[in-house]
Ligand binder design. Structure first.
Ligand code: ADP
Ligand code: MG
Length: 308
C-alpha cells in the first residue's frame, strides 16, 4: 500500500460498496455498528479465522475465493443453527506489498456472497504486517422457526439426513461452496429439526459431535452416503466412501429429525439441493457403518483437526 492508498482509502472503498441494510442502522464508519434483531434481540454469533498456508494458499486460491470462503464458513455456521444471517464484521491482516490488491479481491468475494444472502458488512479492522494473510470474520444472525437447532437434540429413532454430495472438496468446492442458508430456512419452515451441524471436519467427525452432545449412537448405511464426483475421481488410493466420510470442508448440513418429518421431506422436496437419508440415531453410544452386505464396522471419527 502506498501513502495515498492506505487503510483509510481501503475502508472508504469498502464503505462505498456496502449497501444499506434495514437491520443495520449504523454500519461501517463509526466506532461500532448498531444492529437490530427481530426475535426479542436474540442473536447468533460465530467467528472463524482463515490462515494462509492452513486454509488456503495464495498460489492455489484467488483473493476473490478467499473472501468468499472466509464469509462462507461463517454463514454455514449460522445455517447449521437454523438461523438467518444478518451482518458480519471482518478483521484482516494483509501482507505488506500486495495489501491493496489482495484486499480488493478479497472484498469482492466477501461482497458477492454477502449480496446473495442479504448480509450487511457492518464493520471490521484493517491491518498490514510482514506476515502471511490472515482473515477473521464474525457473523451475526437470528434464529428462525423453533431454532436455534443444537447439536444435542438427536433422539433414538431419528433419521439422519444430509444435504449435497460429500468428499473431495479440496478439488475445488472448499473455495466456492454455497452455504446452506436457504435450505436451513426452508427446513425451519417445514419440519421440526432435532439436531443439526454443518460438515466442516468431515461427515464421520461431525456426526460424532452430534452423538456426543446428544448421548446417542448411530447406524450409517454406507450405500446411502452421497458421494461427490470429486471423491469418485480421487486417485490417492482411498475409496470414494472414505473420502465422503473423512474429508473436511463439505459445508453441507447434517441433521436428525423424526422419521415422519424426514419421509415427508424426501417424498416432497422443499429445495432442489440433494437430500439423502444416510442412517438413523440409536440408543447407546456406538456409531456403526453398515455395509451393503449387512456387515457392520465401527464408524470412526476420522476427519480434520488442528494438531497442537
Ligand atoms: P476504530 O479506530 O474506531 O476502531 P477504524 O479506523 O479501525 O476505527 O475503522 C473505521 C470504520 O471502518 C469502523 O466502522 C470499522 O468497523 C470499519 N472497518 C475497518 N476495516 C474494515 C474492513 N476491513 N471491512 C469493513 N469495515 C471495516
Ligand atoms: Mg474507535
Amino acid at each position: 500500500m502506498t501513502d495515498t492508498q492506505g487503510e483509510f482509502e481501503l475502508i472508504d472503498w469498502i464503505q462505498q460498496r456496502t449497501p444499506a441494510h434495514a437491520q443495520v442502522p449504523i454500519g461501517i464508519g463509526d466506532d461500532a455498528a448498531l444492529l437490530k434483531f427481530n426475535r426479542n434481540g436474540e442473536s447468533l454469533v460465530t467467528v472463524d479465522m482463515l490462515l494462509e498456508g492452513v486454509h488456503f494458499t495464495l498460489d492455489t486460491a484467488t483473493p476473490f475465493q478467499i473472501g468468499w470462503k472466509s464469509l462462507g464458513v461463517n454463514l454455514s455456521d449460522i445455517a447449521a443453527m437454523g438461523g438467518r444471517a444478518v451482518a458480519a464484521v471482518v478483521s484482516i491482516a494483509l501482507p505488506r506489498g500486495r495489501a491493496w490488491e489482495l484486499a480488493q479481491g478479497i472484498q469482492e468475494g466477501i461482497d458477492a456472497l454477502a449480496r446473495q444472502f442479504d448480509v450487511c458488512i457492518a464493520g471490521g479492522d484493517t491491518n498490514t504486517w510482514n506476515g502471511p494473510l490472515v482473515i477473521s470474520i464474525t457473523a451475526l444472525g437470528e434464529p428462525l422457526g423453533n431454532g436455534p437447532i443444537r447439536r444435542g437434540g438427536a433422539q433414538p429413532g431419528d433419521w439422519i439426513l444430509v444435504t449435497g454430495n460429500l468428499g473431495g472438496s479440496i478439488a475445488g468446492k472448499h473455495l466456492n461452496f454455497i452455504p446452506r442458508l436457504e435450505e436451513a430456512r426452508l427446513l425451519q419452515e417445514h419440519v421440526a429439526l432435532h439436531a443439526m451441524i454443518d460438515i466442516s471436519d468431515g461427515l464421520a467427525a461431525d456426526l460424532h459431535h452430534i452423538l456426543d452432545e446428544s448421548h446417542v449412537g448411530a447406524r450409517i448405511f454406507a450405500a446411502q452416503v452421497p458421494i461427490s464426483s470429486a471423491a469418485q475421481a480421487a486417485t490417492d488410493g482411498r475409496s470414494p466412501l472414505a473420502h465422503a466420510l473423512g474429508d473436511g470442508e463439505d459445508f453441507e448440513l447434517l441433521m436428525t429429525l423424526s422419521p415422519a418429518d424426514a419421509q415427508s421431506l424426501l417424498a416432497n422436496p422443499i429445495f432442489s439441493t440433494h437430500l439423502a437419508h444416510i442412517g438413523e440415531i440409536v440408543a447407546g453410544k456406538t456409531a456403526e457403518l453398515i455395509e451393503a452386505d449387512g456387515c457392520s464396522t465401527p464408524l470412526l471419527a476420522t476427519g480434520w483437526r488442528h494438531s497442537f
